[in-house]
Design a protein around this ligand. Structure first.
Ligand SMILES: [Zn+2]
Length: 285
């Protein structure tokens, strides 16, 4: 659980005052999902100030809602899954990244299944529908989450440190001994323009040798060469969108996971972190 002090770290005045934003009109998207591989219909609806990001499972009795907050994370096995009671939503991270990356505070996300559509494996499909809907300012100041002191987590050679800052900046080192992928480094200050231009199109990496194991676990059924970057001993099996697409996607995942805190202002240094360590850092924040 996030300690209640969390709320005292919220900044309501000073610095750059930004108004909360929602969508101008509802927008819909239908697509298959990464892990379960089934088609899902998703609608994004405008929401009042202070709603935050709220998921709604319209296929379940009572249409249960799941707030997109760190307290509602129930799994971080190759994706971030949120839950509330028996209701679950898998693979929320790329949608949340797009919502936060594009500056959206308040939205209701209706789904007729338990997983977010994959899109093309990046956040681009979500950026496209957000652009289609347009944004609407809500005349209420945005609440930022700020740090009063550094926080860090370290586990099995993966590390994350978050330092107090006036913006969200992510410095990521992706480490692998794979000869083709190698070590990749990226550093971005997350603004709407940077998110859309540098990060939104970056896709998930899957190692060829992991595909069979993922499928045995019932994960990755919807993945194909168009929507994941696959690399095996011979090299990349598909063409890259950026030469360092992998580290950009890892930064996209950090934006999405940290988006469960709201709008975080911190400088995050991450080495080899994934959804599990992202969650641990959030709990410490
Ligand atoms: Zn991802």
């Amino acid at each position: 659980m996030i300690p209640r002090e969390y709320y005292h770290l919220v900044k309501e005045e000073g610095g750059i005052l930004t108004e909360q934003q929602t969508l101008r009109v509802p927008v819909a998207y239908t697509g298959k999902t990464l892990h379960s591989g089934i088609p899902v219909h998703m609608r994004l609806l405008p929401a009042p100030a202070h709603t935050g990001i709220m998921f709604r499972r319209i296929d379940l009795p009572g249409k249960p809602e799941i707030p997109a907050t760190a307290e509602h994370i129930v799994s971080t096995n190759r994706n971030t899954t949120l839950g509330n009671g028996v209701a679950r939503i898998m693979t929320v991270e790329h949608l949340i990244a797009a919502l936060r990356g594009m500056g959206i505070d308040n939205v209701i996300v209706e789904l007729n299944a338990g997983e977010i559509p994959l899109g093309d494996g990046s956040a681009q499909a979500f950026v496209d529908i957000l652009r289609e809907a347009g944004l609407s300012k809500q005349a209420v100041p945005r609440r930022y989450v700020r740090l009063q002191a550094p926080v860090w987590v370290s586990r099995n050679g993966s590390h994350m440190i978050a330092l107090p800052a006036d913006e969200l900046k992510i410095t990521y080192t992706f480490v692998t001994d794979h000869p083709v992928v190698g070590t990749q480094f990226g550093e971005y200050t997350i603004t709407e323009a940077v998110f859309e231009r540098e990060l939104a199109k970056a896709r998930t990496l899957v190692f060829g040798c992991d595909i069979e194991q993922l499928q045995q676990q019932g994960l990755g059924r919807g993945g194909d060469l168009d929507c994941v970057v696959i690399v095996d001993e011979e090299g990349y099996r598909n063409s890259l969108r950026y030469s360092d697409e992998i580290v950009r996607h890892k930064i996209l995942d950090v934006v999405g996971d940290m988006g469960l805190l709201g709008f975080l202002q911190a400088h995050i240094f991450a080495v080899r972190s994934g959804h599990g360590l992202n969650r641990e850092l959030m709990y410490r924040i």
